[in-house]
Design a binder for this molecule. Sequence first.
Ligand SMILES: Cc1ncc(COP(=O)(O)O)c(C=O)c1O
Length: 410
Amino acid sequence: MTISRSDCVTMDAGDPLGSLKARFTVPKHVIYLDGNSLGALPRHVPERVQHTIKSEWGQDLIRSWNSAGWIDLPSRVGGRIARLIGAAGDEVIAADSTSVNLFKVAAAALALRPGRRVIVSEAGNFPTDLYMLQGLAALGGAVELRVVAPEDIEAALSDEVAALVLTHVHYKSGRVHDMARLTAKAHEAGALAIWDLSHSAGAIDIDLNRDGADLAIGCGYKYLNGGPGAPAFLFVAKRHQQGFHQPLSGWMGHAAPFDFVDDYAPAEGIARGLCGTPNILSLVALDAALDVFDHAAMGALRAKSMALGDLFIELVEARCPGVFGLLSPRAAVDRGSQVSLTHGEGYAIMQALIARHVIGDFRAPDVLRFGFAPLYVGFADVWDAVDHLAAVMASGAWRDAAFAARAAVT
Ligand SMILES: Cc1ncc(COP(=O)(O)O)c(C=O)c1O
């Protein structure tokens, strides 16, 4: 017998993380299943950003770089993210975008492995990862990007390879790579392992140092809830920091930026990962958003997100039998915090769902993505979302021509 709505309400009532939902501003009538793309707004963030704008910027002006500690925000926020990803506080810094940070760490990996010019990544990786690596290779220096099928990754790790670049949780399918195993394989070949944690940070209890990761990057606007275009982060394992030389050698990564000397000299430690002036308003929003994680252990969040995903799969299969393909791994341990279904009319179906205030997203050609951010999604939300999905499919509501018109962002 399938689980009932009242069972789900009972599960929510017994959920120790259930009260955290009240810390977010998701409208009452909305079921938000897209935290894997843009995290929801924590309630207290606007006030913090307002304070920075009105008081620190408006009143204290440029003095706030010192008096409000703006200059330290990249490392302070980095240190808070470090706790969520199994890194030491001085191994992570918040800066720039994930794309830009990938360029920095991939170039630095080549410098850390002199004599090796090959970077290996997987076909179907998130496009910006492949595009940035293509851009790095196009700069010259005989750098070669080898993009291989997921099942060929280990075989591609030869003694020519400087770095293996993988996304830990696949953006489309939600499949989780075995970080410890693939990092060890990269090391056996003498290569470094670079992990894109965009769909992992804040969703999965990762431990970069336990798993031996060398370098990592990730988004601040997905499960970390930092807001649209929030600063990203980069991780450099302590053992590599001395030899870490990234080519975007802007003044904020200089050992003494306010000496204003002509020649670049990298800062000690993770600060050399910086480039230009930090985006303070966005960093303040991200810093405030991270407060929510002070109230939840990553292990508990992961356990809840796996249970939410399992419930969703069970209900979809019971309520819409044979209608959708399941792109995500069925086993929760192999899945990030999302479930991806496939359907040839996926775009229109997702639009019809969004019209009913159940918000997920669509990835071409046929993937409906549903993210289960455990901080603010409950079990009854999952039940209601599937109820709407079943209604959309039973009524054929998705056939309305209005749902076929593609917007710029899907
Ligand atoms: C795996 C992965 N990397 C990177 C990005 C985005 O990078 P950026 O913030 O530079 O646009 C995304 C966005 O969805 C992603 O899924």
